[in-house]
Design a binder for this molecule. Structure first.
Ligand SMILES: [Zn+2]
Ligand SMILES: [Zn+2]
Length: 181
């Protein structure tokens, strides 16, 4: 898979889509590129912190505005997983999909299954002209899956201990009185 989408400078990408080149826009693109090189998908809150670290005082609203312009222009991609904060990345135009952890929200890229949109064909297109399939594979990331297994194990051990305790102190058995029919 080509990395061409990130090899152009932020300035070149802004000019290519006809956007004015501003410091916050460059910072947002470059910080998302850096995050993307370690396969990170960044929330607005995280990104705003990073932009402020670099540029000083920039409001979160200004970062939102940047992201809106960059997303509309197609040089930033927005991922909106239900029940999780929105995340952003500069890996665009390759129709890749995402694995998302239900527990911690970790988001990981998965290459497009076919290599071109829409990747998946609906069983019925109902007359729509389909050009994209946005796929999220939901589950637990390796860390959360390991935590879950450890918690299950602890619960099972606790259960066994409880049963052991119960055997040591048996519940009084109900007594039955035979009545006349
Ligand atoms: Zn997780
Ligand atoms: Zn991605």
């Amino acid at each position: 898979m080509s990395d061409g989408y990130m090899s152009d400078s932020a300035t070149t990408r802004l000019r290519a889509v006809g956007l004015r080149v501003t410091k916050p826009r460059i910072a947002v693109l470059e910080l998302l590129d850096t995050a993307g090189s370690s396969h990170e998908h960044v929330t607005v809150a995280d990104l705003a912190d990073r932009v402020r670290n670099r540029l000083g005082s920039v409001s979160t609203q200004a970062v939102y505005d940047c992201l809106e312009a960059l997303t509309s222009a197609g040089i930033v991609r927005r991922i909106e997983p239900a029940g999780h904060p929105t995340r952003y990345e500069t890996r665009v135009g390759d129709n890749h999909h995402h694995l998302i952890c239900r527990a911690c929200g970790l988001t990981t890229d998965v290459d497009c299954a076919v290599g071109a949109a829409p990747c998946l064909e609906p069983s019925s297109h109902a007359g729509y002209v389909v050009d994209e399939a946005e796929v999220i594979f939901w589950g637990l990331c390796p860390t959360c899956a390991a935590d879950r297994r450890a918690a299950d194990r602890r619960a099972a051990e606790r259960g066994a201990a409880d049963r052991g305790a119960a055997e040591g102190h048996p519940e009084p058995q109900p007594t039955y009185t035979k009545g006349q029919p």
